[in-house]
Design a protein around this ligand. Structure first.
Ligand code: G6P
Length: 611
């Protein structure tokens, strides 16, 4: 959740930290702070609120220092005050620490420190780290040893980084169930929670594994285990373009990312088409060999928007492959007696590849003997590294907290997974596969067509921006789209919204419908089209306002709806990719009209690395 960044060996360190925090701010924005080494010792500056507050203070002086750490906070222990902002320091202010995660035994450690006379200045679980590291340094440890020793005493999930005034060129850090990546530069080295924060400085990264302790100086990176044994971690080159983490003239990342979807979807297909372009073959799946032929069932595990993608995945796999599919919230899966095993494929779906619940579910299933195929966006993330195979969605960095292009690329990846499995298992013959690949290859153009209706969506959004509640209805593969439309609206406009399978409406939500309730109905052509039209009638009979997503020129729907959000006509299976676009736009324009902070909605964080 929180974002951490560190640099050693670059002039203008305070500015570099700020820039890094800007690209990490989507991980949390309750407060921000930096600790920078100077000739006069550590300079620590912290401010509650958005990064702009810290920026304002630091702007009063020239960028300074060559080594330091920075943090952007998503509050867990203690409210978002200046006192609770990171970095936290020890008594003499010679050690400063930033942390992402939750230290579960912090109360016991705090009591122990208090008994030794330590005075605490914050309510956080993090402050204990500064005091514990400081004590170890006093006892003669170097920074790496002190960090390793303290890590050995902690329960919970954490990545933390430390600087000490006694070692002005050094950073030490440890990873345990929270992401931490090193960036290897020329005469300077870096650490961060996420790859995008490193990209302006280096594309050469070293993802740390759990319980790795790293010590960085400008010329050297050393990684050991917590016992001080040196370990070797592979170095990778990331080919994401740093320009993609900039807004590029857009007011919000969310709109930029909505518009990037057609290209991202096309990029996700690259490399998964056979040479003749007629068959899907996902190279990563070759690693599973015969195991795919023996599958008896499949479970998707995911959170949030990625879980919605899983629901669409169920539709694809059950229809095309013919094996039973479950879709589980990762946070539920991990606390149930689930039946893992070689015939049960588990597919975690995760943009970040670091969501804690999803990772724990992945590890649990793996331990139970299930093959693991992840659908993941961030290369070298934990999900990528720990799966038997990873299908990479090529959305590139997604910065807006409300997920958009990660979702549609997940849908494409899952459709390709279904086609690939159907081919490998003989569930569909070559002709049937070919019939489905052609529309898939063209889907980006239909998504572009949907984006061309943005002005019409804005008009509708402005008419309904004051509504208190919204209902979203869809059936079949568009039921997850109704859920996703409702989630987008809730997340960024704070309007209460519910997504429901249209056929279930009469079992409850219909009681809510009156003249003040806009009901968004996904009513594009397909098996359930007539049923959905009947659902529209049910809403109208109760004076509800119908906003219908329908195919361009569909007069039957237009005649019955109060508003239409038109999209190009596509095959039913793929309609989810197109239909979600106007719903993303609707949420965006409503939030914009209401003056909401679209890229950083309150209380949310993009990457949820705590339980
Ligand atoms: C958070 C984000 C969502 C995301 C979910 C799962 O709630 O705000 O946008 O869908 O986490 O994240 P993941 O990275 O695992 O897909």
């Amino acid at each position: 959740m929180c974002g951490i960044i560190g640099v050693t060996g670059r002039d203008g360190c305070s500015r570099i930290l700020l820039e890094g925090l800007r690209s990490l701010e989507y991980r949390g924005y309750d407060s921000a702070g930096v600790a920078v080494q100077t000739a006069d010792g550590l300079v620590v500056v912290r401010r509650p609120g958005k990064l702009a507050e810290l920026e304002g203070v630091l702007a009063e002086r020239e960028p300074f220092g060559r080594t330091g750490i920075g943090h952007t906070r998503w509050a867990t222990h203690g409210p978002p005050t200046q006192q609770n902002a990171h970095p936290h320091v020890d008594g003499p202010e010679r050690v400063a620490v930033i942390h992402n995660g939750i230290i579960e035994n912090h109360e016991a450690l705090r009591a122990e420190l208090v008994a030794r006379g330590v005075t605490f200045r914050s309510e956080t679980d993090t402050e204990i780290l500064a005091h514990l590291v400081s004590e170890r340094i006093e006892a003669g440890d170097d920074l790496g040893q002190a960090t390793a020793h303290v890590a050995g005493r902690l329960d919970g999930s954490y990545s933390f980084a430390v600087v000490s005034a006694d070692r002005p060129d050094e950073l030490a850090a440890v990873r345990h169930q929270s992401p931490l990546i090193l960036g290897i530069g020329d005469g300077a080295n870096f650490l961060a929670s996420d790859i995008p924060a490193l990209l302006p400085h280096t594309k050469v990264v070293m993802p740390l594994e759990d319980d790795d302790v790293a010590v960085l100086t400008p010329d050297k990176v050393t990684v050991t285990d917590v016992h001080g044994q040196v370990v070797t971690r592979p170095v990778r080159t990331i080919d994401w373009d740093p320009v993609r983490i900039q807004k590029g003239g857009y007011r919000h990342f969310m709109m930029k990312e909505i518009e990037e979807q057609p290209a991202a979807v096309a990029a996700t297909m690259t490399g998964c088409l056979t040479d003749d372009g007629f068959t899907i073959r996902i190279p990563a799946l070759d690693a599973l060999g015969d195991r795919l032929a023996q599958l008896e069932r499949l479970t998707f595990v995911a959170c949030g928007t990625s879980w919605h993608a899983g629901l669409a995945g169920k539709f694809f796999i059950e229809n095309l492959v013919g094996i039973p599919v479950d879709v589980d919230y990762a946070s539920e899966f991990r606390y149930r007696q689930t039946q893992a095993g070689p015939g049960h494929l588990v597919v975690p779906i995760t943009q970040s590849g670091e969501t804690l619940d999803t990772m724990v579910a992945l590890r649990q299933a793996k331990q139970g003997g299930s093959p693991i195929v992840s659908v993941v966006n961030v290369p070298e993330s934990a999900a990528d590294r720990e799966s038997d195979a990873a299908i990479m969605t090529e959305a590139g960095p997604e910065i807006g907290v409300a997920s958009t292009k990660a979702f549609t690329t997940q849908l494409v990846a899952l459709y390709m997974l279904a086609l690939d499995l159907a081919g490998r298992r003989g569930a569909l013959d070559a002709a049937a596969l070919r019939e489905r690949v052609q529309p898939l290859r063209r889907i980006r153009y239909a998504m572009e067509g949907a984006l061309r209706h943005a002005d019409a969506v804005r008009d509708v959004a402005h008419r309904y921006a004051d509504a208190r509640d919204f209902l979203f209805l869809g059936r079949g593969v568009n039921y997850p789209i109704a859920l996703e439309g409702a989630l987008k609206l809730k997340e960024i406009s704070y309007i209460h919204a519910e997504g429901y399978p249209a056929g279930e409406m009469k079992h409850g939500p219909i009681a809510l419908i009156d003249g003040d309730m806009p009901v968004v109905v996904v009513a594009t052509p397909g098996r359930v089209y007539d049923k959905v039209l009947a659902n529209i009638q049910e809403v109208r009979s109760r004076a509800g306002k119908v906003i219908a997503v329908c195919a361009e020129g569909d007069e039957r729907v237009a005649a019955q709806a109060d508003e239409v959000l038109e999209v190009p006509r596509v095959d039913e299976d793929l309609s989810c990719l197109v239909n979600v676009v106007p719903l993303q736009l609707l949420a965006y324009f409503i939030a914009e009209k209401r003056g909401c902070d679209i890229d950083q909605p309150r209380n949310l964080a993009k990457s949820v690395t705590v339980e």
